[in-house]
Design a protein around this ligand. Structure first.
Ligand code: IPE
Ligand code: MG
Length: 235
């Protein structure tokens, strides 16, 4: 979700106005995904690198998380949405950690959309924490690990790999998001700034996804007859 600051700047507003508006768009898109039957929605809210921003902006963003958790969890729960936060929580204050725990606990048994918020997340951080935990659990396997040994320790072990990756705001980079899981995802980049993202912009992304041929290394001919219905399950 990129482009909040530029959206605000274009309107001669402080950057935080863009973040506020961004939260409203998150709300709309969660609703949209739940309605469409998307099974997993994962949002990159705050990267490990975002701490480098001015202290004021970081504090504001932390405050926004806290507010959003407090105010939205009830609604998520009513709508059968399960909320999970991934990322390194060690830099969050105790109150925020408690709020996250409570939100996850409240919605843990919900069976609808799985909404994952990546906060203080980085793909390399995730790989390293997974490798360290895997090695601790299997000291006898040093140097003989396989992909399937690692995947249970990745933050998103509970979800399939994303079908569709969307980045707003014009940059065409992964920026240390789900590095392992995006290996075969369809990448979609749009100039639309996150606060302007809406139903129409999302439909365009889905349409683009539906026109792609996902070969996973196979040839086009091999796929004939085994295409699914092109419906993204994890965006
Ligand atoms: C994305 O918008 C929101 C967060 C990273 C929290 P930006 O704040 O990066 O907006 P731009 O890139 O400055 O426009
Ligand atoms: Mg940005």
């Amino acid at each position: 979700m990129d482009g909040n600051g530029r959206w605000a700047k274009k309107r001669f507003l402080p950057r935080i106005a863009g973040h506020k508006r961004g939260v409203e768009v998150v709300r709309d898109m969660v609703k949209e995904c739940a309605t469409l039957g998307v099974e997993y929605l994962t949002l990159f809210a705050f990267s490990s690198e975002n701490w480098r921003r001015p202290q004021e902006e970081v504090s504001f963003l932390m405050g926004l998380f806290m507010e959003a958790l407090k105010h939205e969890v009830g609604k998520l729960h009513q709508n059968n949405i399960r909320l999970i936060m991934i990322g390194d929580r060690s830099r969050f204050d105790a109150a925020l950690c408690a709020q996250i725990d409570e939100a996850e606990r409240t919605t843990a048994a919900n069976t609808g959309l799985v909404l994952t918020i990546a906060a203080n997340y980085g793909g390399r951080w995730d790989l390293m924490q997974a490798m360290n935990r895997m090695q601790l659990a299997h000291p006898e396997l040093t140097g003989r690990f396989e992909e399937t040994d690692l995947t249970p320790y990745l933050s998103m072990h509970y979800a399939p790999e994303p079908d569709l990756f969307i980045r707003t705001g014009g940059e065409e980079r992964i920026s240390n998001f789900l590095l392992w899981q995006l290996a075969y995802s369809e990448l979609y980049f749009t100039d639309t700034l996150w606060p302007d993202f809406n139903h129409k912009a999302f439909s365009q992304a889905i349409k683009s996804y539906q026109n792609r041929e996902r070969r996973f290394g196979r040839t086009s001919e091999q796929l004939t007859g085994e295409q699914d219905n092109g419906q993204a399950k994890h965006a």
